[in-house]
Design a protein around this ligand. Structure first.
Ligand code: AMP
Ligand code: SF4
Length: 470
């Protein structure tokens, strides 16, 4: 069975700070929620500036990098990466950054997202003799750079990235610069920051990583833009040009950390508004509103405010269990959900509850939580989902599991209500989501809003163990 290779990842880059390695460490540490399977940092050796050094491995940032941080040389520039792949390719050879030797010298690359024409590019590169070690899109970009006829690395990068389609953000480290590129629709996020000390510039998937290294937000990398951070500061090497701008709505709904700013506003504020719109669209006769911690608490607060119902913490989360969705096997996910979430009996006993979650994908979480709340004495559980039915797979780098597993793809709302055992179930409408998010043009493809970039008809990569999604 072949699957698409999808990457939920976080990237970070820094140029011009004598503490570049430490910055990269804290930068990706604050992006840990974007991927927990592998972590890595590449740095330019200050003593031998043509030499790039990489340390990476499978596991969390602290597990992988704390023991080896001292092995990285003092550096003024570095990139970092956290990764979660849903494809079964949870192998160390796909851990990033990827180090390549090219005729422009050594380069290191890391990316977030999914190049939808990766398979075609890979085939044509292989036909020209390219040999691939792993299956990541970064390796494709590295080969495109290596094969470019351009005179310098900047030119090669421009030529290479213009061949890519999809939803992606890359950071590339060379001995002289750090580059960042964002897909032409701006589907995947990438922001530029400047160190408060005035020493150095940063690139990051989310603004929370800038805050972690005491950098101020400068701007978002524009859709289709290639930026370079070097001794001259930050410059734009426009690469692909703009298409329709369509940033990922799911970053605002769920994926980004709540304090990260998207289009100038913390994800938290957007989530509260979505909860408010949901309350107006789908009120429920209940005594108290609770949310699924942590990601859905803002949505639940917004719901409670708008419906004039009390908000309470009816569920507690064990913070030391990772994100349950970000686990390749269903059996691991189920066990983790049980270990991760517990109910507070005094809050739920004898109560009619509104249970708010940000999204419902397979329904595993919801079914377990509703059983748990009933076992703790809840008299009614009204499930409210602060995003529309999740009907279509994401081709731009967010794991949505197999299309067949998406509950809303094959089941009606009533069938899902029965499956999860709720007294009532309602979703935010697509219109409600558009109203709740600031600005227009969002990618809403997984909510049935249409794909902004045509997805590949064939699977992108043939990988993995079949049981990964079972
Ligand atoms: P499920 O149990 O499959 O319905 O998963 C839904 C829950 O997982 C929601 O509570 C979300 O907070 C979370 N979630 C939804 N989509 C994703 C995703 N792509 N990656 C990680 N977590 C997700
Ligand atoms: Fe985000 Fe959904 Fe679009 Fe994927 S399909 S980029 S998850 S909004």
């Amino acid at each position: 069975m072949a699957y698409e290779l999808k990457e939920e990842c976080g990237v970070f880059g820094v140029y011009g700070d004598p503490e570049a390695v430490t910055d990269a460490y804290w930068g990706i540490f604050s992006l840990q929620h974007r991927g927990q399977e592998s972590a890595g940092i590449a740095a330019v050796d200050e003593q031998d500036p043509g030499r790039l050094v990489v340390r990476k491995g499978m596991g969390l940032v602290t597990e992988v990098l704390s023991p080896v941080l001292s092995q990285l040389p003092p550096a003024w520039s570095a990139i970092g990466h956290v990764r979660y792949s849903t494809s079964g390719e949870s192998e160390v050879f796909n851990a990033q950054p990827l180090l390549m030797r090219t005729r422009f010298g050594q380069i290191a690359l890391a990316h977030n997202g999914n190049v939808v024409n990766a398979q075609d590019l890979r085939r044509s590169l292989q036909a020209q003799g390219a040999v691939f070690q792993g299956t990541s899109d970064s390796e494709i970009l590295a080969h495109l750079i290596a094969r470019s006829a351009a005179e310098d690395l900047s030119g090669a990068l421009v030529q290479a990235v213009t061949q890519l389609a999809g939803g992606f953000a890359f950071v590339v480290l060379s001995p002289d610069a750090v580059y960042g590129v964002r897909d032409p629709n701006g589907i995947r996020p990438l922001v530029v920051g400047e160190a408060e000390s005035g020493q150095g510039h940063m690139l990051a998937s989310e603004t929370c990583a800038l805050d972690a290294v005491r950098a101020r937000f400068v701007r978002e990398v524009e859709p289709g833009e290639l930026v370079v951070l070097d001794s001259k500061g930050v410059s734009r090497l426009t690469a692909m040009g703009w298409s329709a701008v369509s940033p990922c709505a799911f970053e605002s709904v769920y994926f980004a950390r709540a304090d990260s700013k998207i289009r100038g506003e913390s994800a938290q504020m957007a989530r509260r508004r979505l909860g408010g719109v949901l309350a107006a669209e789908a009120p429920a006769g209940a005594d108290v509103v609770i949310g699924v911690p942590d990601s859905s608490l803002p949505h639940a607060m917004g719901y409670a405010e708008a419906s004039h119902l009390p908000f309470d913490f009816g569920l507690v989360k064990n913070r030391y269990v990772g994100r349950t969705f970000i686990m390749p096997k269903q059996s691991e996910r189920m066990r983790s959900v049980q270990l991760k979430l517990a109910a507070v009996p005094e809050v739920v006993r004898g109560k009619r509850l509104v249970l708010v979650d940000d999204s419902l994908v397979r329904g595993t979480n919801a079914r377990y939580l509703i059983q748990l709340l009933r076992a703790c004495g809840a008299t009614q559980v009204h499930m409210r989902i602060a995003s529309p039915p999740y009907t279509d797979p994401c081709y731009y780098g967010i794991d949505t599991s197999r299309a067949t597993e998406l509950a809303a793809r094959t089941k009606s709302v009533e069938e899902i209500r029965q499956m999860i055992g709720a007294d009532s179930l309602a979703y935010l409408s697509l219109d409600g989501l558009k109203r709740g998010l600031k600005g227009g043009g969002w990618c809403l493809a997984c909510f049935g809003g249409g794909y902004p970039v045509p997805p590949t008809l064939e699977p992108v990569a043939c990988v993995g163990r079949e049981d990964d999604h079972d």
